[in-house]
Design a binder for this molecule. Sequence first.
Ligand code: ZN
Length: 161
Amino acid sequence: MPLLVNLHHVEANNLRLVGELAVKELELEQVDELIHAGQPLQYDLETQKLADAILVQGRLQITLDCECVRCLKSFKYNLELNHWARHLPLKGEDKVLVASDCVDLTPYVREDILLELPRHPLCKPECSGLLRKATNQKKKNGGRATEEVSSAWAELNKLKL
Ligand SMILES: [Zn+2]
């Protein structure tokens, strides 16, 4: 189910939307080699009808399975937007698409989640990861570990968000 706001429902009263948005709806599967979304996004939103727009504000949360760019360890990353807000015009050039009296919030949620994804996922901020191991292993096997590190960085460079 996409995240829909029915304009008729929001017309008279502010509408609270609480629920889960499936990963499939968010199309987050392919965004990054190091970031995987396995669990649905949780939302708790208040929608309000303004004269020519709807205002959506509230909380978004998703737990991501990330791989550390430095040590390649898997870890959970909690992405939380506690004061998420979008102003969605119903008129004018930037007006949102309305289908069967509903506005789909999914693309806006997706857009802002993408912006908040960690650029360089790290298992912990001070992770020294393979950089340190690489120096040790370099002596043993002629720098294989170093290559792994550079490929992780190469993956990162591909990300032109
Ligand atoms: Zn790490």
